[in-house]
Design a protein around this ligand. Sequence first.
Ligand code: ADP
Ligand code: MG
Length: 277
Amino acid sequence: MAVLLDNVTYSYNINDTHRIDAVKELSLHIEEGTFVALVGHNGSGKSTLAKLLNGLLLPSSGEVKIFGNSTLDPNTIYEIRKNVGMVFQNPDNQMIASIVEDDVAFGPENLGVEREEIIRRVEWALSKVGMLEYRKRTPFKMSGGQKQRLAIAGVLAIKPKILVLDESTAMLDPQGRSEVLKVAHELNKQDGITVIHITHFMEEALGADRLIVMNGGHIAFDGTPREVFKNYEELKAIKLAVPWETQMAISLQKAGVDVGEGIVNQEELVERLCQLL
Ligand code: ADP
Ligand code: MG
């Protein structure tokens, strides 16, 4: 099992008398090779969960295991940090070097990887994110989408088995968002990397194998996107909207136009409407 959370609670201690349970008695399994979309409104505990996965935070109670190793075990925490690569929200905060290839080399250099292998990894990682031709350039003038792809390359050079993108598309324009999402899906399909994509954009969950919705530190829904979208009313109550096509199909159904259940995109909606006409 790539990820296993067993009854995990994480509390931030604000002061002697006050604490916030950001993640509450949460249990979860994620199989290797799955593309997971993790969605929830602000403060639902997504980033806390992400940081629990690579041992940046340790559970207040319960246990987090990555490929069978507990984040509480000091002997395996190093292995876990290598296995769980994290990319964050702000594309400008994740660059270290002024030349693209040096930036990607930073991670493996720190791990003491030998030179030849570093060169191979930098080439591989940059080509994976479609940035090989920029290797000698400076990252500072790049678009947000390019910077985030570079951040992914930097993480890939450490050869993680799990890639966690914590709102990594949130600050990007639509083009940048789709670039980053495409790279994440390719890494999942071609390289078998388990992806946990944390996002505010419900439509970005559509391509995922599994959609997990968080609310108040709990898992509110967990299933395929199609299954989860059926709970559109409950989702609305926790400030999440299903894709407009799904909403439109529901409204049509209520108005007596029998488009059927489970529509998630424009093609499906058009097809059903055409069949009816
Ligand atoms: P999300 O990523 O879904 O927005 P977070 O995991 O960041 O959620 O936050 C979950 C809860 O924990 C929120 O109530 C938030 O205010 C609180 N929280 C997050 N980080 C801290 C922190 N460093 N100190 C205190 N409270 C925090
Ligand atoms: Mg967050």
